[in-house]
Ligand binder design. Structure first.
Ligand SMILES: Cc1ncc(COP(=O)(O)O)c(C=O)c1O
Length: 415
């Protein structure tokens, strides 16, 4: 008999039912379950708690906004002050001056918004046949209709026909991207979607020059570039929008997670003037798209307070200045015989990948490592072949040492 009514995302409910670990409290990089067991939150929950748990400044901003105006939408000419202020603030971080901001409720919303906007841009410009969306292997773009259709991971099956007009390219191969554009015909390609550093798909930093080359190629062919910075943004790579690291100026930047550090759900798309201006001109067809909670004032107030915390003391840049320290600390486990590779070095992100012979013998070893690490007090994110770490940007020496020690003990257990 089932003991829980909660259907957990991405989960084998037969295994989860009755064995839930109930997280009850959080502070900084740490969380506690209902039994009082302490865990290092090595993944900032789901790659989002960039400022750490329990920040009173965000709680106060939420409370103040709730007392003033709990909720009101921003459809038509209606607005609320926190939504206006947040859009202004985010537009100020955009690489292209004059950018606009469309607010959503999360990352999947943002991806579906960005892809629809790219196609709508071509439609409005008189090129309705430009509909194909290029995406990369290992890419993860959420689980809405469009995001599922452009996943570069094996979660696309079992849902019947997905959105037509997508094409996958190998994630780091510029020639393959050029070939795909030539084969499909540039006049049919609407957009190219990419994560600067691939997150859930395994923590893959781009090959030097790949993203810059891809942007140039897309620009030459009028293809809209969509940077998915849902995991990379708001300090994870040491910059506000992650794209600064590679000198990119994408047409659309889809964000979520770190914009509020997850205290409340919020996402959005930063739209460069080349896309926004024609659609904002007199007589332009309206973009008939939006979510009920786009611009929710309480979520926007949480975001503004979170951005203040990231700005304070340069926290937003810490993952860039200290990425070597982070990579060295986590890389300490690379000499363990069960470790195949530690991928780290760009921002506060790392993948601990198990040795190929172990994975061949035990295809479930990644999941086993995740469980063993949790038993050692370290929460991480599971990957197909190991685990990922992406702690709060406030992480300190003691916490990284704890993570490395827990990981080593977890690997020993696995052996
Ligand atoms: C790169 C990327 N894009 C989009 C999403 C989807 O975001 P959400 O789960 O908030 O819908 C995620 C979620 O992990 C993500 O990692």
């Amino acid at each position: 008999m089932a003991t829980t009514s909660l259907w957990h995302p991405f989960s084998d409910m037969a295994a989860v039912d009755g064995r839930e670990v109930v997280i009850a409290r959080g502070e900084g990089c740490w969380v506690w379950d209902e039994q009082g067991t302490r865990y290092l939150d090595g993944s900032a929950s789901l790659w989002y708690c960039n400022v750490g748990h329990g920040r009173p400044e965000i709680a106060a901003a939420i409370q103040a906004q709730l007392a003033e105006l709990d909720a009101f939408h921003v459809f038509g000419d209606l607005a609320n002050r926190p939504a206006l202020a947040l859009a202004e603030r985010l537009a100020g971080y955009a690489p292209q001056p004059g950018s606009r901001v469309f607010l959503t409720s999360g990352g999947s919303d943002s991806i579906d918004t960005a892809v629809k906007l790219a196609r709508f841009h071509h439609h409005a410009a008189g090129h309705p046949d430009r509909t194909v969306v290029l995406h990369r292997t290992h890419g993860y773009h959420g689980t809405h209709g469009i995001g599922t259709s452009i996943l570069g991971m094996p979660y696309r099956d079992g849902f019947g026909p997905l959105m037509p007009g997508t094409a996958e390219v190998p994630h780091d191969d510029l020639d393959a991207l050029a070939d795909a554009i030539a084969t499909i015909g540039p006049e049919r390609v609407a957009a190219f979607v990419f994560e600067p550093v691939i997150g859930s798909g395994g923590v893959h930093a781009p090959r030097p020059g790949y993203l810059e080359g891809a942007q140039a190629l897309c620009r030459a062919h009028g293809i809209v570039t969509i940077a998915d910075i849902v995991t990379n943004g708001f300090g994870r790579l040491g910059e506000w929008l992650a794209v600064e690291r590679f000198g990119l100026e994408p047409d659309l930047i889809a964000f979520a997670k770190g914009v509020t550090s997850g205290y409340l759900p919020l996402g959005g798309v930063i739209v460069a003037p080349g896309i926004a201006d024609p659609l904002w001109a007199d007589g332009a067809e309206g973009f008939m798209h939006g979510q009920t909670y786009s611009g929710h004032p309480v979520c926007c107030a949480a975001a503004l307070a979170n951005l203040d915390l990231l700005a304070a003391d340069g926290l937003v840049h810490r993952a860039r200045t200290d990425e070597g320290w982070f990579a060295d600390a986590i890389g300490a486990v690379s000499d363990h015989p069960l470790v195949g590779e530690v991928r780290a070095g760009v921002g506060f992100l790392a993948a601990i990948v198990l040795a190929p012979d172990l994975l061949e013998r035990r295809p479930d070893a990644g999941g086993a490592l995740w469980h063993a690490a949790r038993d050692e007090g370290l929460l991480s994110r599971g990957l197909a072949d190991g685990i990922a770490l992406s702690p709060a940007l406030t992480v300190g020496d003691d916490e990284l040492d704890f993570a490395a020690d827990a990981l080593r003990r977890a690997l020993d257990r696995l052996a």
